[in-house]
Design a protein around this ligand. Sequence first.
Ligand SMILES: [Fe+2]
Ligand SMILES: [Fe+2]
Length: 199
Amino acid sequence: MPWSKRLLADLRSDHAGETGAVWIYKGAAAAQRLRGHSAEAREFVGQHLESEQQHLDFFDDLLEAQHTTKLLPLWRACGFVLGFAPAMVGEAALFATVEAVETFVEEHYDDQLAYLRSNGEMRSGGHAERHAEGSDGGVAELVRVIAACRDDEVSHKNDAASRGSPREAQPVFVAAAVRAWARVIDAGSRLAVVASRAV
Ligand SMILES: [Fe+2]
Ligand SMILES: [Fe+2]
């Protein structure tokens, strides 16, 4: 594929992330069947799963199989556990998890959009020009779709935040646990991006 190494690594990390996202909601749905969440929480998972599947389909179509990360089985397993475990704890834990994950993803896509919009890809050796018929090598279309994904992730984050218990209403130890859990998710996500870019 005639894209720069940098852009390919970005897209590979997006594909990995969307794979993980789909499996987070598959894990959450499995736990909901065992644990019996409210209709609202089940609807939340169903809607988010559908949206993440659309994101994954886009990156699936974009990347040839040999350009996806070799770690996909690992991200499917991690995603499943990351959705299943909090959903078994309860709805509030699931919403806090989704909020933390989507906070990371928003930043991830924002960084990429800033790079693409600054035309870094165009200056990286001119490969992009040959990729598609458009004079910008398809970069404008890529920016449009990634920006749409990013907007979806922000609405997922806001949806989770609005359903979770308000910060002020949480006992101090719960708020501390939620903050610690969010830091674990952030660190794990960063590691997953680095690994997926590399292999
Ligand atoms: Fe997504
Ligand atoms: Fe999302």
